[in-house]
Ligand binder design. Structure first.
Ligand code: MN
Length: 193
């Protein structure tokens, strides 16, 4: 087994009621695990076995790309939350958000809108380029901004499995509630504070 599923940095019921323990049990316990298990099977005895996960994502397609990117995306998603994290960004990330989107409130609105209007399954991303410029993008299915040279710093999963147990069809409500558990300390570090 080359890639192992990292343990969550919080208890399975710590994010409730925003994300329930039942959703964690399925989304982390079954979906994320399945992507990592399948990835390990697909790379066994191939040159991909010696690559970092990011390298696999940038050099694969089809089933391997889907499972590698979904493994990365889910690990990234679950590691940005905390029940008692920093509620708003500060420092140079905050300054860049204000400059790019007008305000933190406007940024959140645009990010939620991008997630709500993505048709089908996928991810909404906040990423930075090498100059620190910020971008909100939609990714279909397993798509990840790494393949376009951007550095992801925040993502919301908009596959139905991410929210259906807790919010049923109300994707916009799920997106809006996620801000309560995003730990901006982690996002600032990803941005490069
Ligand atoms: Mn998911």
């Amino acid at each position: 087994m080359k890639f192992t599923q990292p343990r969550l940095p919080y208890a399975p019921d710590d994010l409730a009621p925003v994300i329930s323990q039942t959703t964690i049990d399925y989304h982390y316990g079954k979906h994320e695990k399945a992507y990592i298990d399948t990835l390990n099977q697909l790379i066994e005895n191939t040159p991909f076995e010696d690559m970092a996960l990011e390298q696999i994502i940038c050099n694969s397609e089809g089933k391997l790309f889907n499972n590698a990117a979904q493994a990365w995306n889910h690990i990234f998603y679950f590691f940005q939350f905390s029940p008692n994290g920093l509620k708003e960004p500060g420092g140079k990330l905050r300054a860049k958000i204000d400059e790019t989107f007008g305000s933190f409130e406007e940024f959140k609105k645009k990010f939620e809108e991008a997630g709500a209007t993505l048709f089908g399954s996928g991810w909404v991303w906040l990423s930075a380029d090498s100059d620190g410029k910020l971008f909100i993008t939609q990714g279909r299915n397993a798509e990840n901004p790494l393949t376009t040279g951007l550095k992801p710093i925040l993502t919301f999963d908009v596959w139905e499995h991410a929210y259906y147990l807790d919010y049923q069809n109300l994707r916009a409500q799920y997106l809006h509630r996620l801000w309560d558990i995003v730990d901006w300390d982690i996002i600032e570090v990803r941005y490069g504070e």
